[in-house]
Design a protein around this ligand. Sequence first.
Ligand SMILES: NC(=O)c1ccc[n+]([C@@H]2O[C@H](COP(=O)([O-])OP(=O)(O)OC[C@H]3O[C@@H](n4cnc5c(N)ncnc54)[C@H](OP(=O)(O)O)[C@@H]3O)[C@@H](O)[C@H]2O)c1
Length: 324
Amino acid sequence: MEQRVVMITGANSGIGKDAALKFAMEGFTVVMGCRDLEYSRQVQEEIIAKSHHDRVTLMEVDLSSFESIRCFCEKFKGAFDRLDILIHNAAYFKHGAEHKLSPDNIEITFATNVFGPFLMTSLLLDVLRKSNDARILHAGSNIIKEFFDPKKEIEFDKLQGEIEDKKSYSVYKMYCQSKMALLMLTFKMAEEFKDDGIKVNALQINGAKMSKRTLKNIKHGWREIAYVQNLFFPEPSYMASKYFAICTSDDFKETTGKLFNDKLEVMQPAPAEYPGFVKNMKQVLGRDVYSSYAENKQVMEKVWNLSEELTESYRILKDKEPVG
Ligand SMILES: NC(=O)c1ccc[n+]([C@@H]2O[C@H](COP(=O)([O-])OP(=O)(O)OC[C@H]3O[C@@H](n4cnc5c(N)ncnc54)[C@H](OP(=O)(O)O)[C@@H]3O)[C@@H](O)[C@H]2O)c1
């Protein structure tokens, strides 16, 4: 039987690494999309050794750079003529870091977590269409619970170029908004790609132990919080097994445009939003509902249109042309 091909971004650590190992153990052809080749090569070797499976390929990609993504997709299509599973796992969450722009002049969190994955999906659409059961998975976060506060919104005026008020800039805020934007793209992509048979879903991650490498990158203050959280969070392999289930189980073969919780239940939009998130602990602590902001069609269109515009993917998505 021909091996199914899975591509996982940020597969050198945490959940992405454990997912790469899981897929390799199960006999999939695994492509690790990583930016730090030197470090990631050791991880690739570790996965090959543990899984006794040598079809684990490492390919360079920096999700914050459109040029790097274009280059990666070209190389990917030179090596593989089909893609069955695409997992957008990589994310920027350097809490406490200063305002930074991507090489394309986009706020770094949104460049890495939203527009980069959007461009990659667009450029890989032609190879995804060749699969008889193509599935895309976005790594979501329970941080979007902040959107239960009706005042919360995506600040579109902070996404490009320098911002005036750098002091009020917060990676935490941008990360929260980026995960909401990614969820909106999940819903919209599911609609757009329905006719192609490509399923698009998201998993809401409540927490997973962070690696030493990741903790090192988080600023003092935030790092201590993460250390404490690590005491309570499950191992990354737990979430990796959820990635695997959503992307391979026959139970979800026809499921698209959904947000899953870690029990693999489909979450629902909240029937009503509450002012401030202390007021309704059921919503904030629960794992059943997400803020109805995620289904705001106007904002969703805005996220989609901006993604198309910034990544210049309009032609690719509309014309269904294979792109080199
Ligand atoms: N852990 C949690 O508690 C938690 C909670 C909610 C959501 N999540 C989500 O789960 C996913 C995995 O997180 P994790 O906890 O496993 O964190 P992690 O171990 O730090 O993994 C993040 C991965 O993303 C990669 N990455 C970051 N920026 C990149 C870029 N520009 N180009 C390419 N790769 C890039 C990192 O690569 P480098 O090694 O090169 O930095 C790393 O491999 C993320 O989407 C995160 O938002 C995690």
